[in-house]
Design a protein around this ligand. Structure first.
Ligand SMILES: Cc1cc2nc3c(=O)[nH]c(=O)nc-3n(C[C@H](O)[C@H](O)[C@H](O)COP(=O)(O)O)c2cc1C
Length: 457
C-alpha cells in the first residue's frame, strides 16, 4: 500500500518593518533599527531550526496629507547590510532579502546577492518585488516609472539577467594557485552579454561562482502575471493566502503552472505569512488575540485606514460617534490623502457605501465598524499544541508548504513560538531537530540548478 509521505513544514520568520500590524508601542517592543533586534530574531529562529530569516522592504515613507505618518516613522534600514551582518552571527539559517526589481540594476543586484552568498557560506535568497505604486518611484531617478505589466516584464528580465551573471563563472574558474601563479583559469571567466527591451549590458562579472551557484529566488505578488513569473522563475512564493478554501486552489494552481513551465512537482514552495496568539488555555489565547487587535486598531490607525478608502480627512470625526455619511472622494484629479500604501479596495465608492449600510443595519460607531471591516483575525490562536496541530494540518492538507511566522512585537515576539510550539512540531516530526546541510537550498530541499554557460544561451 502506498502512503503519501508526510510533508515537512518549512518555516521562515520575518521582520516586516513598522506598519499597521506592528505593535511598536508595546512594552516589550525594541528598536526596529538596532542590530541587536535583528540578531535576536535571527538567532532565536535558528535555535528553532527555522529555514530562513526574511526582511521586507519599504522604499518610501508613507504620507498622510503630505506629511509622514506614525506607522513608518521608525523606518526600515537597508536590507543587504543587515543580512550581511547577520551572516556573521548565525551559521545555518537562510538570509532572504526583499529587493525591488523595478528600481535596481541587474549587475548591482547580482553582485550584492552573490557577495551575500559568499559571506554566508551559501545562505542567500532574494525576494523579488516589483513595488506597489508610483509614489515609491518618486525616490528614484526615473520617477513613477513603469505600469504594472511592464514592471513584471522588467522583473522577468531582471531575474533572467541576474541568473546569467551568476552563471558567468564556472565552479573551477577561480584557481588562486600560489605555486603556479595562476589566479583565474580562463581569462573569459565572468564574461556576459545581455540585450533585451529592458537591459543592454555586456562585460565581465566580478564575483566568482557563489556556494549556491544561484541564490534562492522568492517571489511575492499574486496577479496572473505575478503567478506566471513565479511559476517560471521562483523557488519560493511568499503568499497572502491562509484560508484553506483560497490556499488550496492557489497551491494547486501554482504547482500546475510550474509543471507547465517544465518544472518538477514540488519545485516551488509556497509560504503564507502567519501570526499567532498562544495561551495556557484556549480562552487565554483568545484574550491575547483580542488584545493584539485592540492595540493594532489604535485611534490613529483607524483614522488612516478609513482615510485610505474615503480619501478624505476624517480627523474631525469622533471614533465613538456615527459613521460619516459622506461619499468617498474618487474624482481622478483629487490628490490622494494617503500615499504609499497599496490600494486594497479597487472601488472605493462602493466600499464606503457598503460600510455605511452595514453601520446603519448594526448601529455601529466608527470604532466598531473598524473592528468589523479592518481588523484581521490572528491566524493561529490556541494552546501551543493546538497551534502546532493546526499548522501541521494546514500543511498536510496542501494549504501550503510552510509559513512565514511574523510576530507583531520585535524582537521578542518569536521567543514564545520557538520555546513552546517548535518542540511540539518537532515531536510530530513536522520540523527538523538538526540542520541537515549548510546552504539555504539544503534547508529547503531544493536542487542546485544546473549552470548554463554563456555559450549555451
Ligand atoms: C505577501 C506579499 C508581500 C509583499 N512584500 C513586499 C515588500 O516587502 N516590499 C515591496 O516593495 N513589495 C512587496 N509586495 C508587493 C509585490 O511585490 C507586488 O509589487 C505587488 O503585490 C503587485 O503585484 P501583483 O499585482 O502581482 O500582486 C508584497 C506582496 C505580497 C503579496
Amino acid at each position: 500500500m502506498s502512503t503519501t509521505p508526510r510533508k515537512r513544514m518549512i518555516l521562515a520568520t520575518a521582520i516586516i518593518g513598522v506598519n499597521e500590524h506592528t505593535l511598536w508601542e508595546h512594552p516589550d517592543a525594541g528598536s526596529q533599527t538596532a542590530f541587536s533586534s535583528f540578531r535576536h530574531v535571527a538567532q532565536t529562529a535558528e535555535r528553532g531550526m527555522f529555514d530562513y530569516f526574511f526582511l521586507a522592504e519599504g522604499l518610501a515613507i508613507r504620507e498622510r496629507a503630505r506629511r509622514p505618518f506614525d506607522h513608518d516613522i521608525a523606518g526600515r534600514p537597508d536590507t543587504l547590510p543587515v543580512l550581511a551582518a547577520l551572516a556573521a552571527v548565525t551559521e545555518h539559517i537562510g538570509l532572504v532579502g526583499t529587493l525591488n526589481a523595478t528600481f535596481n540594476e541587474p549587475y548591482e543586484l547580482a553582485r550584492q546577492l552573490a557577495t551575500l552568498d559568499h559571506l554566508s557560506g551559501g545562505r542567500a535568497g532574494w525576494n523579488v518585488v516589483t513595488s506597489f505604486d508610483a509614489f515609491t518611484g518618486q525616490n528614484f531617478r526615473r520617477g513613477g516609472f513603469l505600469p504594472h505589466s511592464q514592471r513584471y516584464e522588467r522583473a522577468e528580465e531582471m531575474v533572467a539577467t541576474v541568473q546569467k551573471l551568476w552563471d558567468s563563472w564556472a565552479d573551477d574558474d577561480l584557481v588562486a594557485d600560489k605555486d603556479s601563479g595562476v589566479f583565474v583559469r580562463d581569462a573569459n571567466a565572468g564574461a556576459y552579454e545581455h540585450h533585451s527591451s529592458q537591459f543592454d549590458i555586456r562585460g565581465q562579472f566580478t564575483v566568482p561562482r557563489s556556494p549556491q551557484g544561484r541564490p534562492v529566488i522568492v517571489q511575492a505578488g499574486v496577479s496572473p502575471r505575478g503567478r506566471d513569473f513565479a511559476a517560471s522563475s521562483a523557488d519560493v512564493i511568499f503568499s497572502p493566502f491562509l484560508k484553506l478554501e483560497q490556499a488550496q486552489p492557489f497551491h494547486a494552481d501554482m504547482n500546475a503552472r510550474a509543471v507547465a513551465h517544465g518544472r518538477g512537482e514540488g519545485a516551488l514552495k509556497i509560504l503564507p505569512s502567519a501570526n499567532f496568539a498562544i495561551g495556557d488555555t484556549e480562552a487565554e489565547a483568545r484574550d491575547k488575540a483580542r488584545h493584539i487587535i485592540e492595540q493594532q486598531l489604535s485611534p490613529r490607525a483607524i483614522q488612516v485606514r478609513f482615510e485610505q478608502v474615503w480619501n478624505r480627512d476624517l480627523s474631525g470625526y469622533d471614533l465613538d460617534g456615527p459613521v460619516p455619511e459622506i461619499e468617498a472622494e474618487t474624482s481622478p484629479d483629487a490628490p490622494q490623502i494617503i500615499q504609499g500604501r497599496a490600494l486594497i479596495h479597487s472601488d472605493r465608492a462602493a466600499t464606503v457605501r457598503e460600510w455605511q449600510q452595514l453601520a446603519r443595519e448594526k448601529n455601529l460607531t466608527l470604532r466598531q465598524l473598524a473592528h468589523e471591516v479592518i481588523a484581521t483575525p490572528l491566524d493561529f490562536v490556541g494552546t501551543p499544541s493546538q497551534v502546532a496541530e493546526r499548522m501541521d494540518d494546514f500543511v498536510q492538507a496542501n494549504g501550503s508548504d510552510g509559513f512565514v511566522v511574523s510576530p507583531e512585537v520585535v524582537p521578542a515576539g518569536i521567543d514564545e513560538f520557538v520555546d513552546r510550539v517548535i518542540p511540539i512540531l518537532q515531536e510530530r516530526g513536522a520540523v527538523r531537530t538538526e540542520y541537515e546541510g549548510t546552504t539555504l537550498r539544503d534547508n529547503l530541499g531544493l536542487q542546485v540548478p544546473a549552470r548554463v554557460p554563456a555559450r549555451a544561451r
